[in-house]
Design a binder for this molecule. Sequence first.
Ligand code: GTQ
Length: 343
Amino acid sequence: MNEIKTDRQEFYDRIGAHNMAPLWEVLHGLVTREPVSPVQPTVWHYDELRPFIMEAGKLITAREAERRVLILENPGMRGQSQITRSLYAGLQLILPGEVAPAHRHTQSALRFVIEGHGAFTAVNGERTVMSPGDFVITPSWTWHDHGNDSDAPMVWLDGLDIPLITMLDASFAEPANAEQQLVSRPEGDALKRFGNALFPVDWESQGRASPIFNYPYVRSRETLEALRRAEGPDPAQGWKLRYVNPANGDFAMPTIGTFLQLLPAGFATNPYRSSDATVFVVVEGAGETRIGDVVLPWRAHDVFVVPSWASHTHHAGPEAVLFSFSDRPVQQKLGLWREQRTA
Ligand code: GTQ
């Protein structure tokens, strides 16, 4: 037995010198029967984080930092700037009068506004002034800068596909010549132009992301209410919406799927799991999510993560609204995505 072991080890050493390794020693760690993930179910409580975010505002300016963000790192993958294996998340602070200078990169970004009114993001020559609950997109390779002309701090959650782009070694980035891009279109132009199921007759899509880059919360919330009036809640998900690119019916972003769901007061969902690890942001209400033995209590502004293929239930206290995002579009395009409901 030992002889076999030393024979094999001696063989591994010799092939190792040629940059080779035996598959049979690692096969079942590579090709697992089900997802085996370092991602841990975790909640970040905003009331605990907020003082640190404001402290960061005294340590460094948005201009010097370029993006003043505190990264939310999954405890199963510290030091890797990952909240899930494919996604990055962070909380970005822009103080009154500040500018986060223009740049562009191949990574796609979403912003989900947590607090503050009146700061803006500019994308492709249009500024959008943001409010809590707004879902804002910065598509891949588009110039973007952020600024705050209001008199209060603004904090939003950044969700980016950074780990995915890193894995593909497809990161390109560059700073702009000017700190802020020229504004060439009036505010609200994109939403008017593309948000009413009417497109300019000869318009052709420039990219894969939605031409709408701010999905305002007031409108999304209205849609949830319309659903609630029309039909009962799904037992596993309550009333749940998918943000859509109106040009093609696909997800609003090519690499990140985004969702908004309403859980009525006291509602407990049936167990559900899917192969896309999901980041949730609590928009309204309070409750908890149970994942095996782990209970994640949450309230408005908190962020929590459910790992891939982890069966979970949501329990709303008062009525709750959850925004969420995951790599579902990528998995679906590759024919990988699975979900399972157990009554
Ligand atoms: O706002 O462009 O959280 O480039 C990380 C990288 C935000 C941004 C982040 C970024 C940005």
